[in-house]
Design a binder for this molecule. Structure first.
Ligand SMILES: Nc1ncnc2c1ncn2[C@@H]1O[C@H](COP(=O)(O)OP(=O)(O)OP(=O)(O)O)[C@@H](O)[C@H]1O
Ligand SMILES: O=P(O)(O)OC[C@H]1O[C@H](OP(=O)(O)OP(=O)(O)O)[C@H](O)[C@@H]1O
Ligand SMILES: O=C(O)c1cccnc1
Length: 480
């Protein structure tokens, strides 16, 4: 389990604490509420997303309490003593359900659901969104890169360009979940037990004045070596020096390959491959790095570049082509003054922004014969499609377009991770999460996985849920 000794209770927007104060002063702090986290639009115009961030959510919840330092600060910014006393006693006691990390997910599906008193549910909003939005974004970007890299090795090199420490470390983990093979970030290796890997920088060559002197010095101190060959001249100096050192020190070094970091990497890699093969190093691998992403990798492959290992930094860790995932966290039910749970929603002029009321479950519907995903079915928690024998899939935007399916398996995706404030189950290891993500992605049809203009994966509401939503919209509009 990922440990975190950092208490992040104040890692929240001020308005959450202000709302909590209102709930408490208005004596509704103990009312039950249900909130759900989801995003409305897939990132990168991709056909799916890879859910990540749950390990950090769990580590955060395990530490959630207002410390004396936190309370001192809140006092300093103006909160009164009686409210601070309430916060000092605060203990998280909600039930949290989540889809597993590594799950393949889609727009408008509840990914995390918090059921508890309204204070619990309100307090965690900002932190949950912060963790899940970033990590899901990076896991999804990494999955896109993995799709084009296939079985080639992928190394995560982004730390120097990440938006500060946490992004580098948790981004490395998200990339690993989606199929990257290792990270260059040593802290991420230590913290999560994921493989670390690396070559060397231009400075090593500069420090020793020549490729040959630098590579020789490196093999004197390290068993495995990958030489960066483009500091002065890749074909004239770098690769010949790598070959010379590999030959001269063959008993001392395990020559793994060379790295190219500039120039036309299709043309260069072919020439480098030829030089290595001619010298008998057919097994030495060619590493490439330099502003790579899924587009450049795909292009280089189309040019038949002889690259075996891809080092990807900036474009992955900063999610260069889309800097944010727009996940939101909305109240879907609230206990009324008589103790009844009532569905709630947020109305909007934009139909896509109207939330769906009520506590829900996502059912992944798969075909019995080949296990492939047929679609997702979002239903009220009172419904269980497994006992129904058949389900009606219909598109809420075109309710007349419906389809009855019978031969299916249905699997609930939201599972309890916290039960009344206590960890419900030991979190999965990152290795298991990574394997799970790969298996699940394999079960998604290629038309949803292609990078360009993927098909829209069917996410259906049950008729019951849809009718509840329409009825509530009508009720609210009438009251207005
Ligand atoms: N054959 C290729 N086809 C498509 N893109 C390539 C090819 N070779 C390199 N690239 C990409 O083109 C971009 C710019 O490469 P460029 O040749 O300008 O780098 P460079 O200027 O040689 O390197 P640096 O600025 O780091 O010294 C990089 O993103 C690189 O990955
Ligand atoms: O290009 P990225 O995908 O971010 O991969 C990481 C980059 O970091 C290193 O470069 P460095 O910071 O030394 O700068 P430079 O190679 O651009 O000069 C490395 O040589 C890669 O080029
Ligand atoms: O190990 C490497 O080659 C490496 C690590 C970080 C950034 N660029 C390259």
């Amino acid at each position: 389990m990922v440990k975190s000794n950092r208490n992040l209770t104040l890692h929240t927007d001020l308005y959450e604490i202000n709302m909590i104060e209102t709930y408490w002063r208005q004596r509704i702090a103990n009312r039950k509420a249900v909130f759900e986290l989801y995003f409305r639009k897939l990132p990168f115009k991709n056909g799916y997303a890879v859910f990540a961030g749950l390990a950090r959510v769990i580590a955060y919840l395990e530490q959630l309490k207002f410390t004396n330092d936190d309370l001192d600060y809140l006092k300093k910014i103006g909160y009164r003593a009686d409210f601070l006393n309430y916060l000092a006693q605060y203990q998280f006691s909600a039930t949290v359900r989540s889809v597993p990390e590594g799950e393949i997910v889609f727009a408008n599906e509840p990914l995390i659901q918090v059921e508890g008193n309204i204070v619990d549910a309100q307090l965690v909003e900002t932190a949950f969104l912060n963790f899940v939005n970033y990590q899901t974004l990076i896991a999804t970007k990494a999955a896109r890169i993995k799709t084009v890299a296939g079985d080639d090795q992928l190394l995560e090199f982004g730390s120097r360009r990440a938006q500060e420490t946490d992004a580098a470390i948790w981004g490395a983990r998200a990339a690993y979940i989606s199929g990257f093979d290792a990270t260059s970030n040593v802290k991420a290796g230590e913290k999560f037990g994921i493989p670390v890997s690396g070559t060397h920088a231009h400075s090593l060559v500069q420090a020793f004045g020549s490729d040959y002197a630098a590579f020789k010095a490196y093999v004197a101190t390290h068993r495995n070596s990958v030489f960066l060959v483009d500091t002065y001249d890749t074909l004239q100096s770098g690769v010949p020096a790598a070959i010379k050192v590999a030959k001269e020190f063959k008993n001392q070094t395990n020559f793994l390959g060379v790295r190219i970091d500039s120039g036309d990497m299709a043309a260069l890699s072919k020439q480098v491959r030829h030089q290595l093969d001619q010298a008998g190093f057919w097994y030495a691998k060619i590493y490439a790095s330099n502003d790579l992403d899924e587009r450049t990798i795909l292009n280089l492959k189309m040019q038949d570049a002889k690259i075996d290992v891809w080092g990807v930094g900036t474009k992955l860790i900063t999610s260069f082509d889309q800097p944010a995932l727009g996940g939101v966290y909305k109240m879907v039910a609230m206990e009324d003054a008589h103790g009844h749970m009532r569905g709630t929603l947020k109305l909007s002029n934009n139909a896509g922004k109207i939330s769906t009321p009520g506590k829900k479950q996502i059912w992944r519907i798969t075909r019995k014969d080949d296990d492939k995903f047929m679609g997702d079915y979002i239903a009220t928690t009172a419904e269980d499609p497994r006992t129904a024998g058949q389900i009606e899939l219909f598109d809420p935007e075109h309710p007349y377009m419906n389809k009855i399916i019978r031969d299916f398996e249905a699997r609930p995706l939201l599972r309890e991770v916290f039960h009344h404030g206590k960890l419900a189950d030991a979190p999965l290891s990152v290795e298991k999460i990574r394997r799970y993500a790969a298996t699940e992605l394999h079960r998604l049809w290629p038309e949803y996985k292609r990078q360009l203009n993927p098909q829209e994966y069917p996410v259906h509401l049950s008729r019951e849920l849809y009718q509840q939503k329409i009825a509530l919209i009508k009720r609210i509009r009438k009251a207005l």
